[in-house]
Design a protein around this ligand. Structure first.
Ligand code: ATP
Length: 448
């Protein structure tokens, strides 16, 4: 039975499992937390790294037309002036006149954006008045003297780190259009109302591509990345039925974008944006050229055509990806007359690929053989866990809960009889005997 996605308890169950099993903790928890921040524990970090590595491989190293960059989080403040973030990266903030709680006007169902009024969704008594524009960039200051010349910002998106390096990449590599730059990194937004676990946070990670094209070819590139993004969702194990493409209407798009699709996902709290794909035209490069005074055009050597490249931007939020993976993977079923909760991770993202157990902890021969099997698997698959705590049934449950696809048990027959181990499948609970000599190949096939 798949847990009911609309079940309000599903989110609580996921949050509780994440904390209990070391995936995600509240940020600065021992100090009472810090709103809008979460810390990834050992298994969450492993899950996140698996997703980042898969993304980097698919979108950067497996392609010949992509260049990876890792730009500084702190950038010259003129960058954000040029892009319009200093003047316009704001959300409409409304405050309840009774309970004084603050909300983002465009995300409150009880607020009428046109009439500029509404009822407080929290206390349900107060009124929400006219919105004020609230800039979401975190300001900081650089150097020992703090004045208006020392102001800098924590970047609110990774995209600009790539646009400002366009010329460097062209000068170093002389790539032919079309080509793209890819980056994974932190972004910061002072969200008015962080909510829904890692869905809306103040510090998050993005995986972004700025793909540059001749404007003649923008629409085929857009279509290419639309398909690649759907393919990515399948790769990481998201149920395609939970993903929706929302074509953003002309009047709702950013003014510089000629086409935008939001990829939405059925999160436990409802359907919301997971990723975005936008045709940003030549807006960013033109603005940076204007504000920096540096020419950022492209000369096509064959046609001698000179122009500012146009950009297609596939943008992936990493923390929302993790939440989507967790909510699709969380399953409750009954196995051996017991209710169990488990994470049905795609093997590629599972933080632990295989767990190895000796049947009994106090039998040195079993432990020794199990350690031997464990070390050989660890060498091959890396993320392998050894567990000898409690009975085997309990160990299976623990591994199911963290989404380990396979458990391997070394028992007396292994040593005395057949040199085989029992391999147990997380999803079906089925067990089969596999010769130790075939084990690596067997698991490789199953995990691929
Ligand atoms: P939203 O409308 O939900 O605020 P956005 O349209 O402003 O999102 P973009 O600026 O397009 O988001 O950012 C690209 C991606 O970065 C989003 O699709 C999302 O995955 C992620 N993202 C943006 N803001 C946040 C946030 N506050 N917390 C977590 N992820 C975020």
């Amino acid at each position: 039975m798949k847990a009911n996605k609309k079940d309000g308890e599903l989110m609580e169950k996921i949050i509780s499992l994440c904390k209990r099993r070391g995936f995600i903790y509240q940020g600065s928890e021992i100090y009472g937390g810090l709103s809008g921040t979460w810390d990834y524990g050992p298994l969450g970090t492993a899950l996140k790294n698996n997703v980042k590595n898969l993304w980097w491989k698919k979108f950067v190293t497996d392609r010949e037309d992509m260049y990876g960059v890792d730009a500084a989080i702190l950038m010259n403040p003129k960058v954000w002036k040029a892009t319009g973030h200093v003047d316009g990266f704001s959300d409409p903030l409304v405050t309840c006149d009774k309970c004084k709680k603050r909300f983002r006007a465009d995300k409150v169902e009880t607020y009428d954006l046109k009439a500029k009024k509404g009822t407080c969704p929290d206390c349900k008594k107060g009124n929400l008045g006219e919105p004020v524009q609230f800039n979401m960039m975190f300001k900081t200051s650089i150097g020992a003297v703090q004045d208006e010349n020392s102001i800098s910002y924590l970047r609110p998106e990774t995209a600009q780190g790539m646009f400002v390096n366009y010329k460097n990449v062209v000068d170093s590599f002389h790539p032919k259009l079309p080509f793209g730059m890819g980056q994974i990194g932190k972004a910061f937004r002072n969200e008015i109302a962080p909510r829904d676990f890692t869905f809306r946070v103040r510090e998050f990670e993005q995986m972004e591509i700025e793909y540059l094209v001749n404007p003649k070819n923008w629409s085929e590139t857009f279509e290419h990345f639309r398909k690649e993004m759907l393919d990515w969702n399948n790769m990481i194990g998201l149920n395609p039925k939970h993903v929706y493409e929302n074509e953003i209407a002309d009047e709702d798009r950013a003014f510089y974008s000629k086409r935008t699709i939001d990829f939405e996902f059925d999160f436990p709290f409802g359907r919301s944006e997971l990723y975005g794909l936008a045709y940003r035209t030549d807006y960013d490069l033109k603005k940076h050229s204007e504000f920096s005074g540096v020419e950022l055009s492209y000369l096509d050597e064959e046609t001698k055509e000179k122009f500012t490249p146009h950009c297609i931007e596939p943008s992936f939020g990493l923390d929302r990806t993790i939440l989507a993976i967790l909510s699709d993977a969380y399953i409750e079923d009954t196995m051996n007359d017991e209710v169990r909760a488990y994470l049905k991770f795609a093997p590629a993202v599972a933080p632990v690929k295989v767990a190895v157990f000796p049947l009994l902890k106090n039998k040195p021969l079993l432990v020794e053989k199990a350690r031997e099997v464990f070390l050989s698997l660890k060498k091959e698959f890396g993320a392998v866990m050894f567990d000898d705590n409690g009975n085997v049934g309990k160990r299976y449950r623990r591994q199911d809960e963290i989404g380990t696809p396979f458990c391997v048990t070394v028992d007396f027959e292994t040593i005395e009889k057949d040199s085989c181990v029992t391999v147990r499948d997380r999803d079906t609970g089925k067990q089969e005997r596999v010769a130790i000599s075939d084990l690596i190949q067997f698991l490789k096939t199953k995990l691929s």
